[in-house]
Design a protein around this ligand. Sequence first.
Ligand code: AMP
Length: 567
Amino acid sequence: MIVGIDLGTTNSAVAYWDAGEARLVPNSLGQLVTPSAVSIDDDGELLVGLPARERQPTHPDRTATAFKRYMGTSRKLKLGRKEYAPEDLSALVLASLKRDAEVHLGGPVTGAVITVPAYFNDKQRRATRRAGELAGLKVERLINEPTAAALAFGIHQRAVEEPFLVFDLGGGTFDVSLVEMFEGIIEVRASAGDNRLGGEDFNRVLIDFAREKLAGVLPETHEGEALYEVMRDAAERARRALSEADEAPYRFVWDGREHRIAVTADAFAERAEPLIERLREPVLRSLRDGSTKVGELSEIVLVGGATRMPIVRKAVTRMFGRFPDTTVHPDHAVALGAAVQAGLKRRDADLDEVRLTDVCPFTLGVGISERDARGGRRDGIFSPIIERNTVIPASRVQRYFTMIDNQETIRLEVYQGEARHVVDNVWLGQLDIPVPRKPAGEVGVDCRFTYDTSGLLEVDVSVPETEISQQLLIYDRDDAALAANLDARREALAALKVHPRDQAANAALLARANRCYEGYLGETRDYVGSLLSHFESVLANQDPREIESARTEIARRLDEIEGEQFL
Ligand code: AMP
C-alpha cells in the first residue's frame, strides 16, 4: 500500500486512497493529526506525537519539535545525551505514521508520497526523501504542499486550466500559491508569502492586550520567557475559543495568582487588524507574478490551522469578493491531497509536477552587538543578510559599525538559521578585518553575501575608508556523507526503543498532567498532584478497564482546569 503523508512543522498526518476517496488514518490516540514531536523518557524510550508534545514544557532538553525548519542543514538536535539529525527525527515521525497506517489498514505500508513546502530546495528535498527511506518507506514521490492541497480540493477533476489559489496560514508562516493544471502537468505557477506571519503573531496581539488590561497587576519587570510562555499558552487557548464564540476568557496563573480577563471577538478583531492587513500583499504579489486576475481563479482554498480564525476567513472573503472553499478541513487538506496522488499513482495516472525556482532555504547573516535604549550592550544578536526564501543566486550587502572607541578590528561571525540569538543558529565561519582607530560608530564595514544554487556562500567584507577587503568562502557541507551510510542509520533508528503504541494514551495523559502540575500553584497544583498519584496507582494495577476509565475521568478534570487539550 502507498500512503500520502503531510510531514508538517507542527503536525503531520497520513492518508490513503480507498474506493475513489482519500481518507485519513487515525493514530493510536484516535486523532487524525499527530504532532511532529519526539521525546525520550526516563527509561530511554522514544515517544512520538502528542505524548512528546506534552513533554515539551516539562522536559525541553529531552524533546524536539519544529525540526522540519532545519531539514537539509547540518544542525543536530539533542534528545537527552544523544544528538539527532533533523532527518532522523522526521524519520521517527514518519515511522510512527507508517505504523498507524499499518495497524489501521491491516497490512504493510511500503511506499509514500510525501509533501514538502514549494520553496524547499534540492537539499531539503533530498533530506526529506532520506527521512522517508530511514523510516523504511519507498518514497514514491515528493509533491509540493500547495499542489497537494489543490488536489484535495479536486483540481485534477476540473476540465480546463483553472488556477486555484492556495491560502496557507500556519503557526509561523503564510504562503500563497497559484496552482494550475495543464495537460496532466500540475504547476505551482507563482508563490509568495511572509515567513514571519502566522498564528503566533495573533497570539502576540492577545498577549499585548492582556498586558494592557493587567497593567499594574502583573510585575513590570516580567520574568522574561517563563511568563511569556504562560501568557502565550493562555493566548492560544483564548484565540481558539474565539474561533467558536463571541467572547472567551484569557486566564493564567502567575506568581501564585490567577489572572483573568474577558476578550471579545470584536476587540480581538480590532487589535489584529494590522496583521490582517499584511495578508493582502502576498496575495496581490502571487496574482501579479502569475499574471492572474481574481476573476480567473477557479477556487480559493484554505490550508493551515490559523485559517480557522473567523477574522481570517472574513478577510479572505472580502479580498476575493466571494467565499473560500471550506469543504476540506484546513489541517487535513495536504495529507488528503498526497493520498490523491498516491491513488493516481496506483492507477498509473499520477500527475507530473513542475518545480519552482530555487530559493535559499534558510536565512544567512552575521552576529552583531546592539545597544539597547538604556545604553546596555547585547552581544550575539543575529543580523540577517540573505533572508530565507530569497530567490538564488542572490547577492546582498549590509553595513555594520564599530561599537567602541578606538576599536582595531571588526569580527564578523557568519551564521545560518532563523533565531534572534546566534547561539541558536548554525555557525559557518568568521572573519576579522582591521579598521582605523576612531570614535565608536564612525567606521563602517560593508559585508556582502553572495549565495548560489550549488550552496556556495561567498562572504566579502570591505572597509570603504581604507579599501581593505577580505573574503571567505563557505561550502555547503556535502550531503553525500549522509546518503552513504543510510542502511546503518536505518538500523540504528530501528534499534531504538520506542514506547509501546498501546501505552501512548497513558503516556500522553501523564505528560499532560505533569505539565499542568508544573504550570499551576496552590490548590490547583495539589489537586493535579492527587490526580497524578491516583493515575499512577491505577497504572500499577494493570487493569485495562480501570486504566481507561481513570484516563477518561482525569482528562475531563484537566479539561475543566485548562480547557480542552489541543494539538
Ligand atoms: P499549522 O501550522 O497549519 O498546524 O497551523 C498551526 C496554527 O493554527 C497555530 O498557530 C494554531 O494556533 C492555529 N490554529 C489551530 N486551530 C485553530 C483554531 N481552532 N482557531 C484558531 N487558530 C487555530
